[in-house]
Design a protein around this ligand. Structure first.
Ligand SMILES: [Zn+2]
Length: 72
């Protein structure tokens, strides 16, 4: 469900980086306790305006969030 256009300026000049590894905390989001408590996110950057989006690409992590987080 990734966008092919920037959410901010509408540009299609997007770049994605996946599997950013364990160095920077901003690429991870805590989703619960215990094993697999952190989901790694893909980063999408707009070359035109600098807007950054984060995406979780792990279906198991999304399922866990669906089950354990509050619905809006
Ligand atoms: Zn943009």
């Amino acid at each position: 469900m990734k966008r092919d256009k920037c959410a901010s300026c509408g540009s299609a000049e997007l770049r994605i980086r996946t599997s950013n590894g364990g160095t920077y905390g901003m690429n991870k989001i805590p989703i619960g306790h215990g094993r697999n408590a952190v989901a790694t996110m893909d980063n999408v950057v707009c070359i035109e305006c600098g807007h950054v989006d984060f995406y979780i690409n792990d279906p198991d992590a999304l399922a866990k969030i669906e089950q354990t987080w509050e619905a809006l």
